[in-house]
Design a protein around this ligand. Structure first.
Ligand code: FE
Length: 220
């Protein structure tokens, strides 16, 4: 099973077993029992071993936005890599991170002072989990999924992101086959920063497109 295969199977009315407790629905216990029963059955049939399940969980938990941030920081500092990321994000991720993004298509979209991309999955929760980890609860919520396409500027404003009227907002709808990674603008005043320092400015939300990358400390 890939990291992303579950996405279209789980819809908004269903509890997310990976969500923090406060976001879990009333069916959480049911899901936990189901997962345990399923694992027991698969182990009994010899289809998986408990070790394989544990390894898969460890792999899931190792996927965090820090991976995506490394891609962004490299793209900010290396124009050749940036071109590769924008042309073929899967290959670029494989090359830099040594991991398979695990989805049919991964597309990187560059934000500029003229164009701003924001990612949503209107159907459920499709997300580049292999390089960003588990999506935030709001990403899976009906409010974001329905409003992001109807009134993106209003939604972005609620995230604290006010875009100039001349900036074109492009909302991209993520699917099981197509996941997106936003390449945020490199903040001003970061010319002397190392790739590692730059990566620390790249937030999860900036790679979804609901925020800008963080400003470096001391720059206003
Ligand atoms: Fe989805």
């Amino acid at each position: 099973m890939s990291l992303d295969q579950d996405d279209h199977e789980r819809h908004d009315h269903e509890a997310d077993p990976h969500a923090p407790n406060e976001h879990r629905g009333p069916d959480t216990d049911v899901w936990e029992h189901r997962a345990a029963a399923l694992q027991e059955a698969l182990v009994a049939k010899g289809l998986v071993t408990p070790d394989q399940v544990r390894a898969m969980i460890e792999d899931w938990e190792s996927r965090t936005p820090a991976l995506g941030a490394r891609l962004i920081a490299r793209a900010w500092t290396d124009p050749v890599f940036k071109a590769r990321l924008l042309a073929d994000a899967k290959s670029a991720a494989r090359e830099l991170l040594g991991i398979d993004p695990g989805v049919p298509e991964l597309v990187a979209l560059e934000n500029t002072d003229r164009v701003h991309h924001v990612v949503v999955c209107t159907l459920c929760s499709c997300y580049p989990r292999a390089i960003l980890g588990v999506p935030p609860a709001w990403y899976k919520g009906l409010a974001y999924r329905s409003r992001a396409i109807v009134e993106p500027r209003g939604v972005l404003r609620e995230f604290g992101l006010e875009l100039a009227p001349w900036v074109e907002v492009r909302v991209v709808d993520s699917t099981a086959d197509m996941r997106y990674l936003v390449l945020p603008e490199r903040p001003a005043g970061t010319e002397r920063m190392s790739e590692q320092e730059l990566a620390a400015l790249v937030t999860r939300d900036s790679m979804i497109g609901v925020a800008r990358a963080k400003e470096p400390i001391g720059v206003t």
